[in-house]
Unconditional design. Structure first.
Length: 82
């Protein structure tokens, strides 16, 4: 099994029943500038995407319950949020 590290998603596309998610990593160019570089991609069916969404939601809720994350409004400064 291959492990791909990602800092984010560059694009999500849906075509012919397949969802394609382009993954990116960031790298520091200089003190004030970062660059996004492709890290790989994931292709899955729409039902698989919905299962992933459900699983990620459950993982985030578990992290909130364990105190690893706190839920807050998007514009509120503070800890990492869910």
């Amino acid at each position: 099994m291959q492990t791909i590290y990602t800092d984010g998603i560059a694009n999500i596309a849906f075509h012919d029943g397949v969802v394609r998610v382009e993954l990116v990593t960031t790298r520091q160019i200089d003190k004030d500038k970062q660059e996004m570089a492709p890290a790989g991609s994931i292709a899955m069916s729409l039902p698989a995407l919905l299962r992933v969404h459900d699983q990620l939601g459950k993982a985030i809720e578990n992290m909130v319950e364990r105190g690893m994350l706190t839920k807050r409004a998007p514009d509120e400064p503070g800890k990492s949020s869910a």
